[in-house]
Design a protein around this ligand. Sequence first.
Ligand code: ADP
Ligand code: MG
Length: 564
Amino acid sequence: MIVGIDLGTTNSAVAIWREGAAHLIPNSLGDLLTPSAVSMTDDGDVLIGAAARDRQATHHKMTATVFKRLMGTPKPIHLGTTRFTAEDLSALILRNLKRDAEQYCGEEVTGAVITVPAYFNDRQRKATRRAGELAGLNVERLVNEPTAAALAYGIADRSDREPFLVFDLGGGTFDVSIVEIFDGIVEVRASAGDNRLGGEDFNDALALLAQQRLGLPAPGSMGPLRELMRAAAERTRRALTHADAASFSVVWDDREYRTDIAADEFEAAAARLVEKLREPVLRAMRDSRLRIDEISEIVLVGGATRMPVVRKAVTRMFSRFPNSGIDPDRAIALGAAVQAGLKAKSVDLAEIRLTDVCPFTLGVDVMEQDRAGNVRHGVFAPIIERNTILPTSRSHRFQTAHHHQNTVAFGIYQGESRLVSANVQLGSVTIPVPTRPAGQVVVDCRFSYDVSGLLEVDVTIPATGATHQLVICDDEEVGTTDLEERRAALALLKVHPRDQDANVALLSRAERCYEAFIGDARDDIGQLIAQFESTLSTQDERLIADMRREANDELDRLEGERFL
Ligand code: ADP
Ligand code: MG
């Protein structure tokens, strides 16, 4: 069975294609979204999902969230004394989703289509693919998130669609795509985005506003206060989605700090972020060569598009109201399931095809000489321009620049700047050339970009027939043996038993609430925890389930809207 997975910064989800439609699969708690959080208990058990997310405030040194932002970097993330990379943690999330799907469908999951932000670069994509492999999944394809969302919309009514714009603002990333559906072909015309913009940034803006007003110490870059402020901001921000004002409160040093935040105050604090939403939209519009009035619809995707301040900004930008017909946090997983159905050659998708584009320009660094003979190094020579239809393969011919040089070295870059120093370096390749006067040796450089957005570079010297294929030379590139070792290491981690998930999640939540409240409420929560722990020791499943429901209801009452 092939599943579709939305591996999100904040939440992940898994879906399948069955009987002509995409379906989300509930996790062990019965939720359709699984928070992308991993935590380690003192006993060395690994918790994943809601239970882990709720430990962010109470056990922040043992808990990791928003690690998708570090995908493709070797930066270590410590949970206690155990060291992980974003790739490892993502593998744990993926493994959990795989297990949920297997449990639910009673079938083994062999492969997956995984979504990535359109703006993910080659390193981030390779890291995502490796995370899938570490989780024991055959990664059939990576699909850009807005493209997946467009597939979900396109399949929903199976009709041709004029170009429409998918506006996807999640917890940590922002993506824009312009898509057209014609004769069963879903074609992405242009994509743009900002992979450092999402709901988390709005939390930071709100937390800063509250911190200044409450005279709290500036939350250092890490540490418990920062996590408390973030969690409080998240609650306030969600409440502001449905109200004109909401209270913000944190308990710090056994004192409660509380203030009311009005919706327009939050909007003012978020103005700079809202402004940042414009640039990717304008870029995608320009690249698609469409006018705003040629865009038939604006489709909102990603949980953060629920914020009224974002909806207003979109309405202003396009002078019309956006569409959010499909639940914004489900569309991507549903679209991934459609792609999984396509991969499995499902008959009811026989007439559908998907074409996607490369969201950024790829090229090499060259030396340039102006008319006055001044030499400039590090100039970017594009080979594949952004928004070229995938798969694609393009070749450029270059000449040697120096007399008697015996090698040619290319740096491989991705980005839009004229100078490579401002672009992302993906790797480099060096190839020997015959020693001749400058300009006498030609070198062909071919870039091939596949449908998952993964790059291959081939350099050929026609004079000698020598060829060289690029191996991305960065330090985090791993061989297959290393992958095996890492998979074995992850397999050794003790994952908490699935049938205990609901109990662990409740306890994490109750502990978080215990720290977040003071006074009577805190006492009540303390009793609730003690009571639940003694119920657990009865090992009576019915009793435990009843108590769990009661306790969750009680926490709902205390906390207002739940996180999910
Ligand atoms: P990701 O793709 O990053 O996993 P999601 O699409 O699940 O993210 O969106 C998560 C973001 O949506 C979070 O920043 C969360 O705060 C925000 N969000 C979800 N529901 C609401 C809501 N009702 N009001 C405001 N923000 C919301
Ligand atoms: Mg998302």
